[in-house]
Design a binder for this molecule. Structure first.
Ligand code: FES
Length: 118
């Protein structure tokens, strides 16, 4: 039996305007998609998505805030994580789970990795 990794894409927003209305630049918000709670951050570099669960102790990263350096800061113990890689930029060494985003003609999509057995 073999397996391969596959990304399944889900539409988050119909347009950049809809995304900006949901999470303005410099802000963070949460959204549920495919039974997953996701933290969406909007910086001057664009949109980023992470699992809405701090790897330190499980707090909602969506209740945190973004820094000018491109990190998200957890609201509970203030550990921070790089929005692109999920790596800790302060605090503990655990990484936050990141998800890819794609801006397409018909909206903004998020990708969840899935293992497929065949
Ligand atoms: S729960 Fe996020 S830093 Fe502790």
């Amino acid at each position: 039996m073999f397996f391969k990794k596959k990304i399944e894409w889900y539409k988050l927003f119909e347009s950049s305007i809809a995304a900006n209305a949901y999470v303005a630049e410099g802000k963070v918000n949460t959204i549920s998609v495919n039974n997953k709670k996701v933290c969406i951050a909007h910086t001057k570099e664009g949109y980023f998505a992470m699992r809405d669960k701090c790897p330190h102790n499980g707090a909602s990263l969506g209740n945190g805030f973004c820094t000018a350096e491109g990190s998200i800061v957890c609201p509970v113990h203030r550990y921070s994580f790089d929005l692109k890689t999920g790596r800790a930029t302060s605090g503990g060494g655990d990484a936050a789970r990141t998800y890819p985003l794609e801006i397409r003609e018909d909206g903004i999509y998020i990708g969840f990795e899935k293992t497929v057995w065949f």
